[in-house]
Design a binder for this molecule. Structure first.
Ligand SMILES: [Zn+2]
Length: 225
């Protein structure tokens, strides 16, 4: 049976993971199989369906990622992703952005080696598309861009190697910028509605980077794919 870690570290917080958890009130419905409890620092993931059958690993892992993303949103993004959902769709409506982000990122982590290599990968698959990762990209002129990294519609992700004044980016920073760019592509592919908001995407990618690294999430997903 699939094993999830007992603790997940998000920012400075150690969240206790309860799995397989059995939600007794099943008004949670079929769609919500997990819960993040910020005040108790708990993540709960349902293990079995109402018929007592264990959920497939992909459902369990995607649910786990979904709850982790709620924690990243709260801890790194001041809950802005969720709040924007509420503002746009109304507080009683179903959430949109976290589900699509977590479904998209689950596929990306499953199909790629983004952080497990000692180098920046040359390609990343998001949805049905394979994007070329051009790194280091330090050309100036017509094609120059001010951001550290950029995701283009033409299936390219470009990441700078050099900061202003020729300073070299630290490798960890490059990895985080890669996650930022891939998040933009995930948003394009998976119908996350979040309006263009670089601050949110940036903070989200810092949080995602810390969480993926500290908890070896990519490895976990590869182990059970
Ligand atoms: Zn949720």
């Amino acid at each position: 049976m699939i094993k999830l870690p007992n603790i997940v570290r998000v920012g400075g917080f150690d969240l206790k993971v309860y799995f397989p958890y059995n939600f007794d009130d099943m008004n949670m419905g079929e769609k919500d199989l997990g819960l993040f409890e910020p005040s108790a620092l708990k993540i709960k993931v349902q293990g079995y369906d109402t018929g007592g059958i264990l959920y497939p690993n992909s459902i369990i892992l995607q649910t786990f990622l979904h709850e982790i993303f709620h924690a990243i949103d709260l801890i790194y993004c001041y809950d802005k992703i969720n709040s924007l959902d509420d503002t746009f769709f109304g507080e009683d409506s179903e959430e949109v952005s976290i589900p699509s982000l977590s479904v998209g990122w689950y596929q990306v982590l499953k199909d790629n080696n983004l952080l497990t290599l000692k180098t920046i990968p040359k390609k990343v698959r998001v949805g049905a598309y394979t994007y070329d990762i051009i790194y280091p990209y330090d050309k100036e002129g017509e094609d120059a861009f001010n951001l550290h990294g950029i995701a283009y519609v033409k299936n390219q992700i470009k990441i700078r190697g050099l900061h202003t004044h020729g300073l070299k980016y630290d490798f960890q920073r490059i990895q985080q910028i890669l996650l930022y760019c891939v998040t933009l592509v995930v948003i394009d592919n998976y119908a996350c509605w979040i309006p263009d908001n670089d601050d949110i995407f940036s903070s989200f990618s810092f949080g995602l980077y810390q969480v993926l690294k500290d908890n070896s999430i990519e490895k976990l997903i590869h182990k059970y794919k």
